[in-house]
Design a protein around this ligand. Structure first.
Ligand SMILES: *Cc1c(COP(=O)(O)O)cnc(C)c1O
Length: 392
């Protein structure tokens, strides 16, 4: 029970939670039991031969990559994936020995050298990149495990699925690259309408069949993100790449019945002042809230510089003392105000839950995302490093 910064410097998770919380104005609370539960739930959903690759890019969707990676691996995840070289180095540096796949593209020669030096695995997206990788590795006299990416309709990284045989044949011929897998990525797996998802799946199947016909069976085949993992077992193949569901959120409303997942992250902050404002006064910058009557407000020490989007101003609710309270006025950089007329007991030092659950009340990243017309992924990734991650 220690913030991830302290865990890195001391490697001794011994501080009682209360001590840490005492010193914070606001923080992200990460429930490692919930995380472990989600890994086990996902594992039970998978065929026993299917591997679970835990996607911990973007600091594990804001949850703290090192501790999350250690926890998911301890609960049976087989591998981890991140997006950038630096994210991979952070995990290796922390002592993680499991295979680490970089999902993003690596192009610079210095970066290829670093991938090899840190014993990371790379995604190869096209033949030209494969040649540069091989030349660089040959000079170093090093070998690298790589995963080949096919584009089946996402139109992001990867070689067009129709060129799979030529692409894979070329990589096979390169002396210093060892192919670990062939994979692709869905663009619409979270949508109700399965048309495009099925089309992408068919294209992927065709490409794999052509590879096999040409005499190459990839050691691993993988395709599914969280939405496909929950929504369509025929997409599981040898491995699934799960991000969002690990963190206890569902990629879409129609996928909530499949597994019982537990939200891992809560966002909390402390009340710093409580006072009564007379009628007709403006609250916060721009006076976007004007009191109609004497109004009791609580000032809370969290703002948009912590990752509470300013666009939620006057639309946010928080849980205080087991009850909902409405946020009023513009959210400022470091602080926001709640209306607490109905809460006679609140006082400075009380803890406010912005995302999380208390008693029967629950506010999720999805609630924020719906208000902002975005997705929960973006909300989770939006919590800044100014908020310490506290693991409970
Ligand atoms: C981020 C990512 C995932 C995980 O996506 P979720 O929807 O969070 O499960 C899987 N595969 C690739 C290639 C990704 O970039």
């Amino acid at each position: 029970m220690v913030s991830w910064q302290e865990q890195k410097s001391k490697k001794l998770p011994q501080n009682p939670l209360s001590l840490l919380v005492n010193r914070q104005r606001a923080w992200v609370e990460v429930d490692l039991d919930a995380l472990g539960h989600n890994v086990c739930a996902l594992k039970s959903w998978l065929n026993s031969a299917t591997k679970l690759m835990a996607v911990v890019k973007a600091d594990a969707y804001g949850h703290g990559a090192v501790t999350v990676a250690q926890t998911v691996l301890a609960h049976g995840a087989d591998r981890v994936a991140i997006a950038t070289l630096a994210e991979g180095v952070e995990l290796r540096n922390s002592g993680i020995t499991a295979p680490i796949l970089i999902l993003g593209a690596i192009n610079a020669v210095e970066d290829i050298q670093a991938v090899a030096a840190w014993d990371l695995e790379a995604t190869i997206c096209n033949p030209e990149q494969a040649v540069v990788f091989n030349r660089t590795l040959a000079r170093l006299d090093q070998f690298l495990t790589v995963h080949l990416k096919l584009d089946t309709g996402m139109s992001r990284l990867g070689t067009d699925w129709q060129s799979a045989v030529a692409f894979v044949s070329l990589v096979k011929s390169l002396s210093h690259l060892k192919i670990a897998s062939v994979y692709s990525h869905f663009s619409t797996a979270d949508e109700d309408d399965r048309k495009i998802m099925d089309l992408q799946h068919q294209r992927f199947q065709t490409a794999i069949a052509q590879l096999k016909a040409a005499g190459f069976t990839p050691p691993l085949i993988h395709l599914a993100n969280s939405a496909a993992t929950l929504g369509d077992r025929s997409t599981h193949y040898d491995m699934v790449r799960v991000g969002l569901a690990l963190y206890g959120l569902y990629p879409a409303a129609h996928l909530t019945q499949v597994l019982k997942l537990k939200p891992v992250l809560q966002v909390k902050a402390k009340i710093t002042q409580v006072k009564i404002i007379p009628p007709g006064e403006g609250v916060s910058y721009g006076r976007k809230f004007i009191t109609q009557e004497a109004t009791k407000i609580a000032v809370v020490g969290i703002g948009y510089a912590d990752g509470v989007p300013r666009n939620l101003s006057n639309r946010l609710q928080a849980i205080v003392a087991g009850q909902l309270a409405s946020q009023i006025g513009s959210i400022t950089m470091d602080q926001l105000m709640l209306r607490v007329d109905h809460l006679p007991q609140v006082q400075p030092g009380d803890i406010v839950t912005l995302i999380g659950q208390q008693n029967q009340l629950k506010i999720t990243a999805d609630d924020w995302a719906n208000k902002l017309e975005t997705i929960s992924w973006e909300i989770l990734c939006g919590f800044k490093h100014r908020l310490p991650r506290i693991f409970v």
